[in-house]
Design a protein around this ligand. Structure first.
Ligand SMILES: [Zn+2]
Length: 118
């Protein structure tokens, strides 16, 4: 799990960018299909499932942009000192989460290797 350092900040002075997670669509394939579906899976589906899929019935709203397709990135030059400080704190929290995630993964890998650090 990679923590995204980007969060929408419409409450700050900002400019809008197109959400790169959904490319501005506001919707993405259901996470279960994020790698696409294999042709054998496709064969197993009945006609209704295929039609639902093609209609996008299994799509989910994009988490990153909340379905709007765009993200408000803070315009640092127009932020107040307090707003910049908030952003720095948030960035640090995200980085800490990312570090903890990777520490957890290292631990799991170590256990898979019989307890030895590789
Ligand atoms: Zn999005």
């Amino acid at each position: 799990m990679i923590a995204r350092a980007r969060r929408s900040h419409p409450e700050l002075p900002h400019r809008w960018i197109i959400c790169d997670a959904c490319r501005g669509e506001g919707r993405r394939d259901h996470p279960a299909f994020s790698n696409g579906i294999t042709s054998s899976e496709w064969e197993e589906w009945d006609q209704d499932d295929r039609e639902n899929y093609m209609r996008g019935a299994y799509d989910v709203g994009c988490n990153d942009c909340g379905g709007s397709g765009k993200i408000a990135v803070p315009d640092i030059g127009r932020c107040t000192f307090a707003q910049k400080r908030e952003l720095v704190l948030e960035r640090r929290a995200l980085e800490r989460e990312a570090r903890e995630d990777s520490a957890g993964e290292r631990y799991l890998r170590m256990m898979e290797n019989g307890g030895y650090c590789s």
